[in-house]
Each structure stands twice: as structure tokens, then as C-alpha cells.
Ligand binder design. Sequence first.
Ligand code: ADP
Length: 231
Amino acid sequence: MGNVNNKVILRAVNLNKIYDNGQVQTHAVKDVNFTVFEGEFIIILGPSGSGKSTLMNLIGGMDQVTSGELYYHDQAVHTFTKKALSKYRRDTIGFVFQFYNLLPSLNCYENIALTAELSKRAMDVSEIIEHVGLTGWERHFPSQLSGGQQQRVAVARAIVKSPEILLCDEPTGALDTETSVQVLQLLQKINRTLKKTVIVISHDTELLEFADRFFEIRDGRLTEREMGDVV
Ligand code: ADP
């Protein structure tokens, strides 16, 4: 909790997302309210189909809200055009996904460098590689790396562009328990040393020990829980 300050970085007020395909409406996120402070490590826990990815897409600017308000510092993200959302996404958010999403034809170094080239505020690629514990593996291709190592490359790629927020969707979903803990330890290190706000979305209660605070999402509704609520 050492680097959490009292500045609000994200705030949602009565956030809703309804998917409408013309025939069926799905109310995936229902009147969600939350506040996240700079430097926090937040976990959002929920079963499959509860609205986790939908909420992550809203926070990450990958989709537009149906109603309600979402603020990043003092910026009203819910009013952003698609172009403004894309800039917000590029400049502010680093994404980590369950299945790593690495480019198979690029090696470890190149996967990270590709993202660095797209950013004006990129960190040094070799420094990031050292930070995530992959020094010596630079020339290896994703298929030559373990799942845990591939996720380290994905984490490095997410942070190399210096985003303020790291959004991780089921980052350990494809990993065994021991490797999952190592990936969470890495995210915790990034949270503490690089001062990133980290939001992890997961169904795995084992990860809760890493969180400053956690929320539960069920049927689209988000509730903050106390650490003792889940054993
Ligand atoms: P989770 O990530 O917790 O598994 P999702 O956010 O993917 O949950 O899904 C929440 C609900 O919204 C589900 O009922 C799902 O079927 C529905 N849903 C998700 N994405 C879409 C979409 N693009 N179009 C229509 N319904 C969707």
C-alpha cells in the first residue's frame, strides 16, 4: 500500500453497458460505481459471464458506455469520441490478456520493441526485459518460451509505453498455481517500483493476497468486499 496516494485516477458513476443486437438486449454491466486511487492494486473477482470483460472494455476505452459516467482524473471518458477513446487507450492503458497475444513471428525483444516504437514515452526495452526477469531470453520466439515467460513478455510489452494503468484480464487463466503466483509477484513489483495502478480481473480467489482492495462482480453488479469475505 506504500505508494497509494489519495488522488483518484478512475471513477465510475452508475455505469451501464447494454449490448443490443437488434433482437436481444444483454445488460452486462449494471449501475456500477467505484473509485480507484493512484497506485492501487485492485482485483475484480467474478465467475464466467458476470460482466468482467465488459467492465474491462469500458475501463480500457475499448467500448463505449451505454449510460453513466467514467472519469480518468478529470477527463470524462464517457463523452469521448471513438478517436479520443483510442488515444486514451494508447496513452493511458497497458493491457495484459489471458493468452498473451504475442506475435509468433517476432522474438521476445521484438514483441516488446514493436510497442515501444509506437510510443513517444517508451521506456528502454532492455531495461524492461531485465525488470521482468527475461534477460538472456531476448532472441527466443514465443513458441520457445513457457507460459509464464510468455506472460512476462506480455507484461513487458504492456508497460514499455509507460501507461499509468495496467489492466489485466485473467492474466493467470492459462497458468498453473505456482506460475500464477510468480506472475502476480511481477505485477506487484511493477505496481510498487514503477508506481503503476494495477487492475486485475480474475475468477481466482488465490490471487487476493496481492490486492490492496477487491471487488466482486456478479450478474453485472459490482460490490466492494473486505479481505475476510473470501476464504
Ligand atoms: P465475463 O468476462 O465475466 O465472462 P462478459 O463481460 O464477457 O463476462 O459477459 C457478460 C454478459 O454479456 C454475458 O451474458 C455475455 O454473453 C454478454 N456479452 C458479452 N459480450 C457481448 C457482445 N459483444 N454482444 C452481446 N452480448 C455480449
